[in-house]
Ligand binder design. Structure first.
Ligand SMILES: [Zn+2]
Length: 200
């Protein structure tokens, strides 16, 4: 868990690689299911093309389905989920062993997200600081764009929502003794080391 720009997606991938377990972000799970054109995927697609949001119960059921695969036997990483109490209540079929809370200052969050670019086709995320320019081509053939929700006011609004929605979820996991805070201000490698010390 962590606010936008905390690097939680990057860290989730690193943990996944290191431990050889899959990592899931709910948005990606939904996109995968839709593009696999399963029965459930078709149902989700109907919701999405109507412009509606996939319900927390549907999203949780999708995760539950995915967890039946063998590759999750030794565990899995959830990237930024559950992020509010409705999702927490829907995610009632498993309990995390470690809830890693990546802590960063709002100024750092803004600085990082302000330079964030996203591929409009594959959804990969990178940074203007890595020499990418808006409009350049991604390896997949897509174009690097700055998403509207990576602009300053949108970021501040999302950070507010994050704080308000996520605090009660964190409280719940704190009561279970599962929460570990990590200082997210250092480099990607440094934060990864801090996390691996906690997990292992
Ligand atoms: Zn791409």
């Amino acid at each position: 868990m962590g606010p936008q720009g905390s690097g939680k997606g990057t860290q989730a991938k690193l943990i996944s690689d290191k431990l050889g377990i899959p990592d899931f972000a709910m948005g990606q799970l939904i996109r995968d299911e839709v593009s696999n054109k399963t029965e459930f995927g078709k149902k989700l697609n109907e919701i999405i093309i109507k412009g509606e949001l996939v319900s927390d119960v549907d999203a949780a059921n999708l995760l539950k389905l995915r967890l039946q695969s063998k590759d999750t036997e030794n565990g899995y990483v959830l990237d930024g989920y559950p992020r509010n109490m409705d999702q927490y209540n829907a995610f009632n079929f498993d309990k995390p062993t470690h809830v890693i809370l990546i802590d960063i200052q709002i100024e750092e969050s803004l600085r990082r997200l302000g330079s964030r670019v996203t591929c409009d086709v594959c959804g990969q995320i990178d940074s203007l600081k890595n020499g990418i320019n808006i409009g350049d081509s991604c390896v997949c053939g897509g174009i690097w764009v700055q998403r509207a929700d990576d602009k300053k006011e949108a970021i501040e609004r999302r950070l507010d929502i994050y704080k308000k929605d996520t605090a009660p979820v964190i409280n719940k996991y704190e009561e279970q003794g599962a929460v570990y805070k990590v200082d997210g201000s250092g480099s990607v490698d440094k934060v990864h080391d801090l996390i691996m010390k906690i997990i292992t």
